[in-house]
Design a protein around this ligand. Sequence first.
Ligand code: FES
Length: 99
Amino acid sequence: MIPAAKISEIPNFGKKVVPVSGQEILFINIKGTFFAVENECPHQGSPLSAAIVKDGYISCPRHGYRFSLTDGTCSDHPEFTLKTYPVELRGDDILIDLG
Ligand code: FES
């Protein structure tokens, strides 16, 4: 687990892209629960920083594929999976495990 972002930088229902070890990671705050996913759609690579997050899913702005925030699965297109990463909160830090 490495510190990657600050809790105070990501408002409720907000997102932030942070470079971590050469990768762009998108952090998402939903009512104090934080998620970390790759910022590149596995379908055709659109950035997900402008994606809509709703009901535990992130919807790609390009073609609308919906990925689970918890495991990255896409029920309509199961051949595509978004990478998700475990996060842990410590003080004001968000730690991430890139695996
Ligand atoms: S690029 Fe994301 S759904 Fe097509």
